[in-house]
Ligand binder design. Structure first.
Ligand code: CA
Length: 229
């Protein structure tokens, strides 16, 4: 469940925001004072901040600025004046969004949801840095150099892996055996293009259900091979 901190000195507005956000299953905490709000924002784990601009002891501008020095957590600024919006933009505080009072609670909820979804995508894309190729049940983790067919891991040799990955990374492209040999094997390699045929056969034995009817690597007679999409 996403946890949101509202820093707002007008208790009735804070409560209204809290009620609507809780109806959408968010966990919400309220802080009425600017300095305390900033402290909590910096020291506790929240998924989003909703900051009022005019606050006792420290204003929303400063809170936003200080949060941005250390966190990427989404910040929604709330202001009573349209003019403030220009100021938020002009200061380049790094706020993700702004909304003017009075606003409809459903609009607030919609914006919170949008920012949290975006932030979650951002976080997930940072975590899964492994470069993957996924085509019809086959999953190639290029970073970890692992191959899965319908979630079952297949153990490939280095060259088998390189060849499969090369073909799968360029699907629907027909390569001649010569091209594949040049791409995968370095100049010093002993061997010839027959090596490619041998490796394709071995890969098929590992990844295909039926090697006589290959679903992934297709033979283009007289030309070479291609990875089907
Ligand atoms: Ca205020």
């Amino acid at each position: 469940m996403s946890k949101i901190l509202i820093v707002e000195d007008e208790q009735s507005i804070a409560e209204l925001e809290k009620d609507y956000l809780e109806l959408s299953n968010f966990e919400v905490e309220i802080e009425n004072d600017g300095k305390t709000g900033l402290e909590r924002a910096l020291n506790e784990d929240f998924d989003m901040f909703i900051l009022d601009l005019m606050l006792p002891t420290l204003d929303g501008f400063e809170i936003c600025r200080q949060i941005r020095e250390v966190k990427n957590t989404p910040v929604l600024m709330v202001s009573a004046k349209k003019d403030d919006i220009d100021k938020i933009r002009g200061l380049g505080l790094g706020a993700d969004d702004y909304i003017t009072k009075p606003f409809s609670p459903s609009e607030l909820v919609a914006r919170v949801k949008a920012h949290l979804a975006r932030y979650e995508r951002l976080i997930n894309s940072n975590v899964t840095e492994n470069e993957m190729v996924e085509i019809r049940g086959i999953k190639i983790d290029k970073t970890a150099r692992r191959v899965f067919v319908n979630d079952e891991e297949k153990i490939l040799t280095t060259k088998e892996f390189d060849l499969l990955t090369f073909l799968a990374s360029n699907p629907n492209h027909v390569y001649t055996k010569e091209e594949l040999f040049r791409s995968i094997w370095d100049m010093e390699s002993v061997g010839d293009i027959a090596t490619v045929t041998v490796h394709i056969k071995k890969i098929r034995e590992k990844i295909e259900m039926d090697t006589s009817k290959p679903q992934y690597i297709e033979t283009i007679w007289g030309v070479g091979y291609r990875f089907k999409v």
